[in-house]
Design a protein around this ligand. Structure first.
Ligand code: AMP
Length: 446
């Protein structure tokens, strides 16, 4: 059996990982560490929760010597991921004489400027703020010998590709580059080709694989009943802590408020919240102060939140990759967990993609015992009802019930909840019951 000792890491690093109770390298570490120690460039295709951070950080820490700073730059797409990597860097490197700093936006820039002027060996950064510091000449990257791009496909999705190119152009060509990505779209392959030399490719699992140990369940339910079903599931299922994903920021706020009203311990995370609020939410969820975290996909990538027993897709994600990332928040480090989808009739196309790419066998259709699927939601007040309809562009003031329009056999105009105002409402020419019937048939044909 391979051990960290046989990989030849420095005693200071071995001591630090012993304190983290890592007894043997995870597969990505067994593959990545020897190649990185040899100084090779590397492109790693790996699913979340596989031990990626130690895979790149341990061999880089091993190679560092005292010299011009910064020596290492790790770039990650989100502040939360950067903070998490920064924490790991400090823990893995605690017995080595190297310093690190976190560089991300949304917070006061002055302390970062001070840290950069003093000089640090390892920078963990999000692309925008790092570029900002480079432009202000707070930091030069001419001394960098190791660059890590983590969650590269996510950075591409977030529009950071040009920032990355600029950051890399400022670094010496003689350096080691490690690129990690859950998927390898052509843009990422081009980036790797242009900025890396003879990179070794490491594929830990196919890009659309979800971790073993996750039980996937599909709950077909009209959109109007999702909130009630969620409350029932949180009450009846063995939920220690659950991460609930909504499509939009406003959706996350609304759902969190609803759960609060039901006396459920809940917090929320999305990009409209301040950095302080985001960190508080994450810390509160990690520490167990809050049992439920309602979040947008900002929380889906890379975040290591131990002991998430359930991931709930309150809205189905827009693509299979996002599903893989969301589900990857549970069953971390080879554990077990549940991934639920509350699927409204309008989401059948998204479901079809999941089924095609992940396979039918994985996705079990269930209906929650005892839940009344025929009941329409009660509006808490007429004003709330009017507000909801105004937002949906639905019936005008004074019309009595949204439920009746959804049940009508005439073509109706339903909306896929337009929570942030960014996603446009969708015209549907079938009644919701007709569409739901179609889903039932899909379910029945399995
Ligand atoms: P990561 O993919 O880097 O976010 O790591 C996922 C989780 O696995 C984190 O909680 C790490 O602390 C943990 N981990 C990383 N390497 C090991 C290891 N060799 N043995 C046990 N746990 C590990």
């Amino acid at each position: 059996m391979q051990s960290f000792e046989t990989l030849g890491l420095k005693p200071e690093i071995l001591r630090a990982i012993k304190e983290k109770n890592y007894d043997k390298p995870m597969p990505i570490q067994a593959k990545t560490i020897p190649a990185t120690l040899e100084g090779r460039d590397l492109v790693g295709c790996a699913q979340t929760g596989t031990g990626k951070t130690a895979a790149f950080m341990l061999p880089i820490l091993h190679q560092l010597t005292k010299q011009a700073r910064p020596q290492v730059v790790v770039v990650a797409p989100t502040r939360e991921l950067a903070i998490q990597i920064g924490d790991n860097v400090r823990e893995y490197g605690k017995y080595l004489p190297f310093t690190s700093a976190l560089i991300y936006g949304g917070v006061n820039i002055e302390p970062q400027i001070k840290a950069l002027r003093k000089g640090v060996d390892i920078l963990v950064a999000t692309p925008g703020r790092l570029l900002d510091h480079m432009r202000r000449r707070n930091v030069s990257l001419k001394s960098v010998r190791h660059l890590v791009l983590d969650e590269a496909d996510r950075m591409l999705d977030m529009g950071f590709i040009r920032d990355l190119q600029q950051i890399m152009s400022d670094m010496p060509k003689q350096r080691q580059t490690l690129l990690f990505s859950a998927t390898m779209p052509p843009e990422i392959q081009r980036l790797a080709k242009r900025f890396m030399t003879n990179a070794l490719e490491i594929n830990i699992s196919p890009p659309t694989a979800v971790a073993e140990g996750i039980t996937h369940r599909i709950y077909p339910v009209p959109h109007s009943l999702k909130k009630q079903l969620l409350v029932d599931l949180l009450r009846d299922e063995p939920v220690d802590s659950a991460l609930v994903f909504t499509r939009t920021r406003r959706g996350a706020d609304n759902l969190a408020r609803y759960l609060e009203r039901k006396n459920i311990s809940v917090t929320r995370l999305h990009s409209d919240r301040t950095q302080g609020q985001r960190q508080q939410a994450l810390n509160g969820f990690r520490s167990g102060k809050f049992k439920i975290l309602v979040a947008t996909d900002i929380a889906a990538r890379g975040l290591d939140i131990p002991q998430v027993s359930h991931v709930v897709n309150y809205n189905l994600p827009e693509c299979v990759d996002d599903y893989v990332h969301r589900a990857g928040r549970t069953a971390r480090a080879e554990g077990t967990g549940f991934a639920f989808c509350l699927m409204a009739p309008e989401e059948i196309d998204l479901y079809n993609d999941l089924e095609t790419k992940l396979g039918r066998e994985l996705l079990t259709w269930v209906s929650h015992p005892g839940f009344d699927y025929t009941k329409e939601p009660k509006m808490t007040s007429p004003s709330e009802y009017r507000q909801q309809h105004a937002r949906r562009g639905g019936p005008s003031r004074g019309r009595r019930s949204g439920a009746s329009s959804a049940r009508s056999s005439k073509p109706s105009r339903l909306s896929i909840r337009s929570d942030s105002g960014r996603k446009e409402e969708q015209a549907v020419t079938e009644s919701s019951t007709a569409r739901y019937g179609r889903i039932r048939r899909v379910a029945g044909s399995r």
